[in-house]
Design a protein around this ligand. Structure first.
Ligand code: PRX
Length: 657
């Protein structure tokens, strides 16, 4: 059978849950009715059953100051205690928390007892460097165990962390450090990428020094990962190996208020300034643990769970660190890339550790499809029993391929819709309960309520009609705001359709069976390989280049990455000669400039130099028309353009006129 006709051979009966699976599943059909009947009671039960509280809460939800929620009011807990200590206290200290696989093929086995010792030493280290409750810590590190130790040490102390993905540039790091007022940065000398060391601390130096400006950063704690040469600032920089190993391996986990800030995570919005989404303690941990149990169906005694996301993104926070560790799971932590040293690297790891649950992104699945199913077929993947997808819509073809070649035509796939803002999974099938529909995230999980609204803000249920996804009830792991900008929080999420609807920014529709299909962003946010990027942020990076007068960026469909960044620029008159002399050089310089300003993940796939940009009479760039150009389509309705000849000019300039 070729991969093109997977769907025509689909045995739909096989999409119903297997009774054997259902018999042992954590999620149940009854949970839907239970949550429906008593929303707060349902969540209170999850909180009390899954989390150990130092002080029980007095009130489940305080929504009196909506949209600023407080969950589990009066409750006190320590997240690190819940993720680590209590498993050791319960006699499970010898259980493996992480099977670490390094990029170089180096490995480490970390038990819960090891994890406890390391987290305590790290907490003592942070304290010795002056970090106390309420101080923010920036973490700019690769996928290594020390990153997890640091996050948990922060949680233990009550110092909110801000993890910045290692693919972001010094400039991006600088803005995020300044916005969160981070006192300490934890980093590594370098990171391994496809067998080669690449500098990492260098960007921290640049971000902190930033042209001599005053920085909130007092100390930089550096893990030696690659041995790459580093510049050292005496008095500020501290080697991890000089301070952490000698610390005491005990540290008291004092309880924190349920609403104490746990972390800030920056994500792109519709403006040039990234938003510091902030999450708190009790509600976040409750929903991360609950969803990891009922959606991924983690059974800590028997499963080996592997989430391939980077800890720099929310998926890594909720589904490598907090959810699975709260549940006492055994996990794989992988530093490397899927094609180094060979394209079967992931499947080799699945076979080696007997991975039972795999959670990854559609971009990765589409890449594997391109490489061919003969590669996974060389490995024993028979241990896999649940597959997950996250980050962007998964097209039915990729879903079917994933199911057939990775899931042995039997493992249920959970397509999980959620966001940095929601903190945890919101819309997804429950394995063992839901009859699956390839390509659809299907329905809100028990405890979550969603609707689709039309342009006027009215909910509808007609199939195939496209509308806007909204969430209609507060949920425990919801963001508590945007760091330092409460107005932007209200405006962005609670304004478009009024204060009773959280506007997610995604388009959605129902099918004839009432399943929800997510259709991508409806705002100026792109999704490239499951990474969120803002058109405005890339445009502002482009116009900061000396040659650029104006820029417009769109996300064009891309077979592998979902969307790809395509930029249109108008050059300054003084730069046109330079561009005429060496157009390729100019384009390379523009692409590299974006990589420098934001990070390699934001580098445009292509940059087109144009004489004009299509604008409405009010001056708004009509990105829809540029998208038509970028995707090679005939140009759509251009009648609202201020100057209707512009599109002809662009087409002509691109050699299509
Ligand atoms: O557009 C949706 C898409 O990713 C956005 C959230 O991005 P981020 O905050 O970076 O979090 C990604 C990991 C949770 C959403 O607004 N998205 C995420 N998951 C799905 C999805 N789109 C369709 N289906 C999904 N399963």
């Amino acid at each position: 059978m070729t991969e093109d006709n997977l769907s025509s051979h689909l045995d739909r009966a096989s999409l119903a849950p297997d009774p054997e699976f259902t018999a042992h599943a954590n999620g149940t059909q009854a949970m839907y009715a239970e949550a429906e009947a008593d929303h707060e009671g349902f969540w209170a039960r999850q909180a009390r059953e899954r989390i150990t509280w130092a002080r029980d809460f007095d009130q489940v939800l305080d929504w009196s100051n909506a949209p600023f929620a407080q969950w589990f009011v009066g409750g006190e807990l320590n997240v690190a205690y819940n993720c680590v200590d209590r498993h050791v206290e319960a006699g499970r200290g010898d259980k493996v928390a992480f099977h670490f696989e390094g990029d170089q093929g180096d490995t480490r086995t970390i038990t819960y007892a090891d994890l406890l010792a390391e987290v305590c030493k790290t907490a003592n280290t942070l304290a010795s460097l002056g970090v106390g409750k309420g101080d923010t810590v920036a973490i700019y590190m690769p996928m290594i165990p020390e990153t997890v130790f640091t996050m948990l040490a922060c949680a233990r102390i009550g110092a909110p962390h801000s993890v910045i993905f290692g693919g972001f540039s010094a400039e991006a790091l600088h803005t995020r450090i300044a916005d969160a007022n981070a006192k300490l940065v934890v980093t590594t000398d370098g990171q391994w990428r496809r067998g080669k060391p690449a500098p990492l601390k260098m960007a921290v130096d640049e971000a902190v020094d930033h042209g001599g400006a005053v920085s909130p950063v007092e100390k930089v704690l550096v893990v030696q990962r690659t041995g790459i040469e580093v510049r050292w600032t005496e008095g500020r920089d501290v080697w991890w190996h000089d301070v952490q190993p000698g610390q005491s391996s005990t540290h008291e986990a004092v309880p924190h208020d349920a609403e104490h800030p746990l972390f800030i995570l920056y994500t792109s919005g519709t403006t040039g300034k990234p938003k510091g989404i902030f999450h708190t303690t009790g509600g976040y941990l409750t929903q991360a643990a609950y969803t990891n149990a009922v959606v991924h169906d983690v059974h800590p005694e028997t499963d080996v769970y592997w989430c391939t996301a980077d800890v720099g993104w929310v998926t890594g926070h909720s589904y490598i660190v907090y959810g699975p560790l709260a549940n006492g799971a055994t996990q794989v932590l992988f530093e490397g890339t899927p094609d180094t040293p060979h394209q079967g690297r992931w499947w080799e790891i699945v076979e080696k550790y007997g991975v039972t649950i795999l959670y990854t992104a559609p971009t990765a699945i589409r890449t594997f499809m391109k490489w061919g199913h003969d590669i996974p077929e060389r490995f024993d993947l028979s241990t896999i029993r649940v597959l997950g997808s996250v980050g962007e819509p998964i097209n039915p073809e990729a879903w079917l391929w994933y199911r057939k070649y990775i899931g042995g035509d039997r493992a249920p796939i959970v397509d999980t819709w959620w966001q940095t803002e929601t903190g945890a999974i919101m819309i997804s099938p429950l394995p063992g309960v839901t009859t699956l529909e390839p390509g659809s995230a299907q329905r809100p999980i028990p405890g979550v309520s969603a609707e689709i609204l039309d342009d006027e803000g009215h909910p509808f249920t007609e199939p195939e009609k496209v509308g806007y996804l909204v969430l209609t009830k507060p949920w425990p792991s919801m963001l508590r705001g945007i760091w330092g900008d409460p107005d932007r929080y209200v405006d962005t999420y609670w304004h478009r359709f009024g204060p009773e609807y959280y506007f997610a920014g995604d388009g959605a529709k129902y099918d004839a069976n009432g399943n929800i299909w997510l259709l991508g962003r409806v705002d100026d946010v792109m999704n490239v390989s499951g990474h969120r990027l803002s058109t405005a942020e890339i445009e502002s990076a482009l116009v900061s280049h000396h040659a650029v007068a104006e820029a417009a960026v769109v996300g064009a469909s891309d077979e592998t990455t979902g969307q790809a960044v395509v930029a249109f620029v108008i050059l300054r008159s003084e730069a046109t000669d330079e561009a005429a002399a060496d157009e390729d050089g100019m384009i390379a310089s523009l692409r590299n400039h974006v990589a420098k300003e934001i990070g390699p993940i934001a580098k445009p796939r292509s940059v087109m130099v144009v004489p004009e940009l299509p604008k409405t009479r009010s001056g708004k760039i009509m990105r829809r028309l540029l998208k038509d150009v970028a995707e090679g389509r005939d140009i759509g309705d251009a009648t609202t353009l201020a100057d209707s000849s512009v599109m002809a000019l662009i087409a002509k300039g691109l050699g299509k006129g």
